[in-house]
Write a protein that binds this ligand. Structure first.
Ligand code: SDX
Length: 396
């Protein structure tokens, strides 16, 4: 029992680890980072304050916030050689293929922060990863559209810097709009950590072998790519576009019928969750952000947003979803928000990885920092063949 939280023994028997970082109550739809409700962090803090909280366990005071921001800002550039690694990809390579390669490649440049057992190495690799992910994601985007890379401009905030690296060109400056910068910053906060999800567990298991922090985070990027996990925001938006193409709101009934047909294997992307059996608190905040961004960009009549709200309303009243406790998750609205920000669908999961990097690092450091930790070694329940002898090939 810790504070107000009490766990049933059954839960503890399945828990993969103890952690003090993120608490989720799936039945109540509650999410806390280091005890702070996500609703308060998303509306009263910025992403770098949230990074500081996840890494160090406390929110920074004004001086700590300034120092941490300066530290991260001083590491936003990447080694010039990284662009040649990137140029080895086809222009149409999926950004997550590029990010999986680039993040792992970082370990080739920073020998002073690759020893995961060294607390100083962990500290500096954390700063480098948090600082460089926006630069790498923006480079992957620019490379895909054939535009030159835009260097970070350190007079800007973390999220404004990212938006500028994405949308400025050598011919035209990009003045990030405050509402849009706040929206992307909130997307980063909402995706920063989420307990022992598939990609975080991947990072923990990978890091437990003593590999370097960059390689462990690259493993998390690879796992997050899957459509059942971080790839769901891309899949959710493509699903809305498909319904739109087939006739929009009028066609929702037909689509829902397909979802209910077990043989169709069609899922309502952006709905359902392994833990939340109530509304994902991040989805509520994402829907609000969606509204604000669409107002700010003059897209309030965006048919996809109207379609998403109509689909959500129907699903929340339909017994198939209600009986299975299927509610919208963080990915249902995030795609619409990112589209309205001018971000292409193919980049959504790379942005999820950018945000989740701090959570992966915090979880990895929590494990490695525990003197009792050992290399992960999940076991199995063997249900295969009993011992038998090889027969000569003529008798097989
Ligand atoms: C993320 O773990 C995390 O914390 C992840 C994440 C994070 O921040 O790291 O929150 C990010 O990954 C969010 C989830 C994004 N994925 C999607 O939106 C993809 C669509 N969702 C489904 O693939 C699914 O809901 C999962 C994978 C998320 C959960 O699958 P489960 O564990 O099978 O869900 P369940 O046990 O609650 O399913 C109960 C029933 C099953 O049907 P029956 O066998 O009872 O007939 O509901 C069905 C499922 O088939 N079901 C769905 C559905 N999700 C579950 N049916 C239609 N549409 C869906 N989306």
């Amino acid at each position: 029992q810790t504070g107000k939280f009490t766990y049933d023994p059954g839960f503890l028997s399945t828990a993969s680890c103890n952690s003090t970082i993120t608490y989720i109550d799936g039945d109540k739809g509650e999410l806390l980072y280091r005890g702070y409700p996500i609703e308060q962090l998303a509306t009263q803090c910025d992403f770098l304050e949230t990074c500081y909280l996840l890494l160090k366990g406390e929110l920074p005071n004004a001086e700590q916030r300034t120092d941490f921001t300066k530290l991260v800002t001083n590491h936003t550039m990447v080694n010039e050689q990284m662009q040649f690694f990137l140029r080895g990809f086809r222009r149409d390579a999926h950004p997550m293929a590029v990010m999986t390669g680039l993040v792992g490649a970082l370990s080739a440049f920073y020998h002073d922060s690759t020893d995961i057992t060294n607390p100083q190495h962990r500290e500096i690799s954390a700063i480098r990863l948090i600082a460089k992910m926006p630069t790498l994601v923006a480079m992957a985007y620019k490379y895909g559209i054939g535009q030159p890379f835009i260097y970070p401009k350190n007079s800007l905030s973390y999220s404004a810097n990212f938006m500028r690296m994405m949308f400025a060109t050598p011919c035209e400056e990009y003045e990030p709009d405050d509402v849009l910068v706040r929206a992307i910053d909130r997307i980063f906060i909402l995706h920063a950590d989420h307990e022992q999800n598939a990609s975080t567990s991947t990072v923990r298991l990978c890091g437990s072998s003593g590999t370097n922090p960059f390689a462990a985070i690259a493993a998390g990027v690879a796992c997050l790519w899957g459509p059942a996990h971080g790839g769901a925001n891309e899949a959710a938006l493509n699903m809305l576009k498909d319904i739109q193409r087939q006739g929009g709101v009028e066609k929702i009934g037909e689509f829902i019928k397909q979802v209910k047909d077990k043989n169709s294997n069609v899922k309502l992307m952006g709905f359902g969750h392994r833990v939340y059996k109530n509304y994902d608190p991040r989805a509520k905040l994402m829907r609000e952000t969606c509204h604000e961004v669409l107002q700010a960009t003059g897209l309030h009549d965006d048919p996809l947003f109207k379609l998403a709200m109509a689909l959500e309303k129907i699903a929340l009243e339909d017994d198939y979803f209600v009986s299975r406790k299927l509610y919208p998750n963080v990915d249902f609205y995030s795609g619409i928000v990112q589209s309205a920000l001018g971000i292409p669908v193919s980049l959504f999961t790379a942005i999820f990885a950018l945000a989740r990097t701090v959570g992966w690092i915090a979880q990895l450091n929590e494990m490695i920092g525990d003197p009792e930790y050992k290399i992960g070694r999940p076991r199995q329940l063997f249900v295969g063949s009993v011992a038998r002898n090889v027969k000569p090939i003529g008798e097989r």
